[in-house]
Design a protein around this ligand. Structure first.
Ligand code: IVH
Length: 678
């Protein structure tokens, strides 16, 4: 293909993509890509056009503003078109902008007005004899939509102009941006979540969605704000000679301007202001996507005029792209402390928001399928604020024919145990549990915890040192630590006494209960209660080890998924090896209370309201000792609800479902009858 054809093909592809995203952004209020990504595509097209001016396509979006107004509002033609701004992204481009300005204004002193670039919706406001008569959206820059009814609901916007020392103009057209400040946006989304309504992706969409409502009550209920950034018409003329003075003049009438504003004597000062604003950005009350740099002198602005649809006297200085395109070189699977397998994409390193990104998490196999990521794919990676980079989307347009699909590994990359993922679960896990080195810290912490083996002496500091010395490959090694007494004594700050304490508490932990031991194994989904149910049901560890799926599912408190996790655990040979070593070390327990002595075995009870004679924990323990399961919510399966003082919705539900209810006195009496309370 000739160079020309390749360039044209690239331009066509970019134009098509931009048109698609423009429609989604301007017309549907549902952006499909991040703004910064749109800017990148736009920039790429512009760069191509600059390099090959003869090949510029007639329908290129680089010389029009974009977007068509919705049909449902009255359209209004702007008397003064609402134009666009050029962009610069770094110091070099900023200085080039200044050079272009200086070349057109030889031997003149140039000052710059620097404002926040609000990330909202541009509107135009008409005031006749000081009264707000009309508000219009930018639309495509030539014609916009009449949204007067909504604009009048914006609280910080003057509906009638008043000023003590300045005459009110006969006619005034103010330009500015409607935004939803960050705090209001968060509150709105929180309220919508609470009501089960849809939330907005960002403040810009929330503002746009609020203004594009036919019913002004909706806009009125939204926390919108208006920030003025210019005067399009004024009769009689306002008489100000600089941009900054004209904004201050607007301020007298009650218009709000941005919370940061600079007048810079040199372009170097502009750069310094940019760096300052970039740092302060997280603390600002509104979302901004950069700054706007304007030649301050209004006469100079006139002299400079416009090029195509952009002023020569102003430019947007955008913050570094928070999104960038790159390719996926490989995908590794990392094993987390709880055995979760997380796919991590290794990227061709790319700068995103000033930081080089070479790895990005893909969360889980479901996300890989959702994004349809293949090896070698081109992806956009973004960072918002300081958060971890994410893959936003895959660009199938750029996919190579032999791009390979990504599959979940069958074996754990750390310990080779089988990887399991029960149906309905999002996360895949290594079944190596006790054996897998990636999981050992978490496994050890859990194993020694109070409700498990209760080895008080083995705190985090010990665990860290022991791992460092390679004395703890897995939990079974705990019971061999006494064989390394000299090494333990050599550990800094661990004297004779603390070593002895450690060895004693390990020794004492050997006598336990079957329930605590099962819990200590850290089997996925097996908490304290489930462990107790398993112990009561199966009575011996051997029986539990041999249990099939059906028997496990029948155990009270064991759901279908947990049953599978338990089965997986006892099927992994490495886990059995650790288990045998633990038993060989002398861990033992008395036989659990037989189910026959547990009159409430398998029943589900709920405690609600405030009990006056005992705490809820104590009541729970009593019920559990009798074999009951204590649940947090009432359902048709609930056997009985113990209702204390001020019992609320749970009591109501129990009554509605016809579930048995008893008060505290009745409960105490029952516990006494069963002999668990005096
Ligand atoms: S002045 C001739 N000042 O940026 C255009 N625009 O790309 C003069 N914007 O949609 C525009 N903050 O709504 C100006 N402080 C500011 C701005 C600002 C945000 C928006 C404007 C327009 C876009 C131009």
């Amino acid at each position: 293909m000739s160079v020309d054809l390749t360039v044209v093909a690239q331009m066509r592809q970019l134009i098509q993509l931009l048109a698609k995203h423009n429609h989604a952004y301007y017309v549907m209020d549902q952006p499909t890509i991040a703004d910064s990504e749109y800017d990148q595509l736009f920039h790429q097209l512009k760069a191509l056009e600059q390099q090959y001016p003869d090949l510029v396509q007639p329908d290129t979006p680089t010389n029009k503003v974009g977007g068509t107004p919705l049909a449902k509002f009255t359209t209004v033609t702007h008397a003064v078109p609402m134009l666009s701004l050029g962009n610069v992204f770094n110091q070099e481009e900023l200085f080039a902008f200044a050079r272009r300005v200086e070349e057109r204004l030889p031997n003149q002193n140039i000052e710059y007005d620097v404002e926040l670039k609000f990330d909202g919706l541009a509107i135009s406001l008409w005031y006749e004899h000081g009264v707000l008569v009309r508000g219009v959206t930018r639309g495509d820059g030539e014609t916009g939509e009449d949204i007067t009814h909504n604009v009048k609901t914006i609280r910080n916007l003057p509906k009638v102009l008043s000023a003590t020392e300045t005459a009110i103009p006969e006619f005034l057209e103010v330009r500015g941006e409607v935004l939803m400040p960050k705090l209001g946006f968060e509150k709105l989304n929180a309220a919508n979540t609470a009501k089960g309504e849809k939330t907005f992706a960002n403040p810009r969409n929330a503002a746009a969605g609020s203004l594009r409502q036919l019913d002004p009550n909706i806009a009125a209920s939204r926390p919108l704000a208006f920030y003025a950034y210019g005067i399009a018409q004024c009769v009689p003329p306002h008489g100000q000679s600089t941009m900054s003075d004209s904004l201050a003049w607007l301020g007298q009438f009650g218009f709000e301007i941005g919370e940061r504003h600079f007048v810079c004597k040199s372009i170097q000062d502009v750069q310094a202001a940019y760096e300052q604003i970039n740092l302060e950005r997280p603390n600002l009350s509104v979302e901004i996507d950069g700054m706007v740099v304007k030649v301050n002198d209004l006469k100079q602005q006139q002299q400079l005029g416009f090029l195509s649809r952009e002023p020569r006297w102003a430019t947007a200085y955008k913050f570094p792209a928070v999104a960038a395109l790159t390719t996926i070189e490989n995908i590794d699977w990392q094993v987390g402390r709880t055995g979760t397998l997380t796919p991590v994409a290794r990227l061709n390193p790319v700068a995103v928001g000033g930081v080089t990104v070479s790895n990005v998490t893909l969360h889980n196999i479901g996300e890989i399928h959702r994004l349809d990521v293949r090896l070698g794919d081109t992806v956009s990676v973004y960072r918002s604020g300081d958060v971890i980079p994410k893959v936003e989307k895959v660009w199938p347009e750029f996919r190579l024919a032999d791009a390979q699909e990504v599959h979940l590994p069958e074996q754990c990359p750390v310990c080779d145990s089988p990887v399991v993922m029960p149906e309905g679960e999002a996360l895949a896990r290594c079944s190596g549990g006790l054996y897998c080195a990636a999981q050992r810290i978490e496994a050890i912490r859990h194993f020694v915890s109070r409700k498990a083996m209760d080895i008080e002496g083995l705190g985090d500091r010990w665990v860290e040192s022991l791992l460092h010395l390679n004395l703890l490959q897995n939990v079974a090694d705990i019971y061999h630590l006494h064989e390394h007494r000299d090494t333990l004594l050599g550990i800094e700050k661990m004297g004779e006494k603390s070593v002895q304490n450690l060895i004693d508490s390990i020794e004492n932990s050997k006598k336990t209960t079957l329930a605590a031991f099962i819990y200590a194994l850290g089997i996925r989904g097996v908490g304290e209660t489930t462990a107790r149910m398993l112990a009561n049901t199966f009575q011996t560890l051997e029986a539990l080890r041999e249990a099939d799926l059906e028997a496990l599912k029948k155990t009270p408190d064991v759901g279908d998924i947990t049953a599978e996790w338990i089965l997986d655990f006892f099927q992994a040979p490495h886990n059995l090896e650790v288990l045998d070593r633990l038993l060989a070390a002398g861990i033992h327990w008395d036989a659990p209370i037989a189910p026959t002595r547990q009159p409430l075995n398998g029943e589900s009870w709920v405690i609600t309201g405030t009990l006056s004679q005992m705490g809820r924990d104590e009541a729970t323990q009593l019920l559990q000792a009798l074999g009951a399961r204590v649940s947090g919510s009432v359902s048709g399966k609930t056997k009985c609800v113990v209702a204390g003082e001020k019992a609320g919705s749970k009591l109501e539900k129990a009554e509605k479902l016809g579930v048995q209810v008893m008060n505290e006195a009745e409960f105490i009496q029952l516990m006494q009858e069963y002999g668990v309370l005096e």
